[in-house]
Unconditional design. Structure first.
Length: 151
């Protein structure tokens, strides 16, 4: 299934997705940012503070002030869903935010289905030097809070 540490953090991201306020127009996603030392730096979930919040965006926003430049080197973003590569609600996608933060590793459970936009986040990340790891063994868990969208 994958590295035990990756599975642990990705399972937590999947659990966070269940905390999302329900939506008929957006996926419920959870994300955790973990430092190179293996400690959690931040977490977030879709619609956490605003109806347009994406999980990765919410987690990274918590790091904007307190994290010094270069502190995210070696960090990993764990997301229940592939980080978005296209977006209608904000000017920057989660993939762009991850690259802009200097994060070079992303682990996700489920590739974004082409329900709202075309899922191109993994390709964008790879093209910008970010190592992406998909752990499909947790995909069913990531889909659970989104079952109403997939019916």
């Amino acid at each position: 299934m994958g590295d035990p540490g990756d599975v642990h953090w990705l399972a937590l991201a999947c659990d966070l997705a269940a905390r999302c306020p329900p939506s008929r127009t957006a996926f419920s996603v959870g994300a955790v940012v973990v430092g190179a030392d293996g400690r959690e730096l931040a977490r977030g979930f879709s619609r956490e503070h605003d109806p347009h919040d994406h999980a990765e965006e919410a987690a990274l926003a918590k790091l904007a002030g307190p994290v010094a430049a270069g502190a995210l080197e070696g960090a990993t973003v764990y997301s229940s869903l592939e980080p978005c590569g296209r977006r209608r609600s904000r000017p920057r996608t989660c993939s762009q935010l991850i690259v802009g933060a200097g994060i070079r590793r992303v682990v996700f459970a489920w590739r974004e289905p082409s329900l709202f936009v075309e899922g191109t986040g993994a390709e964008y990340l790879a093209a910008h030097g970010v190592k992406t790891i998909e752990l499909p063994g947790l995909a069913a868990r990531a889909r659970e809070p989104n079952a109403h969208l997939l019916a």
